[in-house]
Design a binder for this molecule. Sequence first.
Ligand code: AMP
Length: 416
Amino acid sequence: MINTVRGTKDIIPASISDWQFVENVFRNASKIYGYKELRTPIFEKTEVFSRSIGDDTDIVNKEMYTFTDKGGESITLRPEQTAALVRAVIQNSLDRDGANLRLFYIGPYFRYERPQKGRLRQFHQYGAESIGSPNPEADVEILLLANKIIKELGIKEYKLLINTLGTENSRKNYKTSLISFLNDNKELLSEESKMRLDTNPLRVLDSKSEKDIEVMKNAPIILDYLDEDSFNHFDTVKKLLTAEAVDFTIQPRLVRGLDYYCHTVFEFQSSALGAQDAFGGGGRYDGLFAQLGGKPNPAVGFAMGIERILLILEGLNVSHKDENECDIYVICGNPDLSAKANSIAEMLRNKNLRVITDINRRSMKSQFKESNRFKARYSIIVAEDELTRNSVILKNMLTTEQTEIEISKINELDLN
Ligand code: AMP
């Protein structure tokens, strides 16, 4: 037997209704907020990600599925969507007329991480991006969309953590002070953070190492280094969220993994998830368009992990399974009559009813069993006797009541 690759999963029919429920929530909420779907290829030129996410992030450093194709080009399976979406907006001149772009996406993403509960090597995300506004109103719209989705999914126990990374200027001043603090405490840091101190000091704030967490309790926080622009932007975000009664917690050490964020960053966490407790996150990325060769264009967005959302829903014990797998099962005990059985089935399918016929030439008895297994609401029995009168038997599977009906009248039946 050949199994799936470690960290990847089949999505089998028994769980597909939960996936479709979640995807429908995403699609409906996106529509309500005016976000249109964009789909990009699963793989991109490696530089799309290495130039945007940051050379010193875990994603680019350790987790990308990168290979050289037969033409000698370096290709990467997309580890996230934002960079590839920005590439697509620039390439297709979608932002040509300067209007706001509201986009969403759903699809598979790939990261070579150590698999564990809620962490896969192929996982799925929904995300939304608002492009063209530098204002806090756009950050808030994105957060309201995320909030709406969480509500529609039925998730009640969760936390929204927010922080600001401010303008470039604020970050520069903060970094200087952070580096000086980290240097003073270098001996107490984990080996990884000692290295990050020189390459990407902000990431030390993200560290999951107990040692680092202890040290960082006394580290300076960016909120003390905000210039006027940064302060006002964050202040408006907080005010607008409060006005809409959106609960949030300010987490001054939240920086998120990627290099391209500025101003507002946020994360959604659920205690139902265990160690991998984030089920969504995002932020503002005003510099990314220029970094990928486009004209500067401010933007803000977020992504949610579908597998983690399904784990949360599993804990809530809500099922979105369709109880009846079919409306009508057409039973036919004689293969010579299958043309008749088929034409009746097709007639009913044209009325948008879900109809199943026997394709295994089983006995009438096992066809009845099948009909029960599918939880069909009705069975139609096609047999010689009734056919001589151009009729079939219609059986209501719930009441077990049987009636003979003329085939020409089937179209008029209300079986919904
Ligand atoms: P990120 O781009 O890392 O902020 O990821 C956004 C969301 O995608 C996270 O909050 C998770 O819900 C989900 N996610 C990220 N990486 C994985 C993974 N390896 N397996 C499953 N879900 C993931």
